[in-house]
Ligand binder design. Structure first.
Ligand SMILES: [Zn+2]
Length: 58
């Protein structure tokens, strides 16, 4: 699961993708824009806290 942010409409959305395809053919489901950036998910940062937005380990 990856998190993406659309620069066209500014919405965040999640999509299940293979790692090799994570950055290919990105199309916003809301406005069909291709200006989509992948966000760092909790998988990528290694820590998925219950509060959300954490991901910082001591
Ligand atoms: Zn969009």
């Amino acid at each position: 699961m990856y998190e993406y942010r659309c620069n066209g409409c500014g919405k965040l959305y999640e999509q299940l993708r293979r790692m090799s395809e994570a950055d290919t053919d990105l199309v916003c489901p809301h406005c069909a824009s291709h200006k989509v950036e992948r966000q760092l998910s909790c998988f990528a940062t290694g820590g998925c806290g219950s509060g959300g937005g954490g991901g910082r380990f001591t």
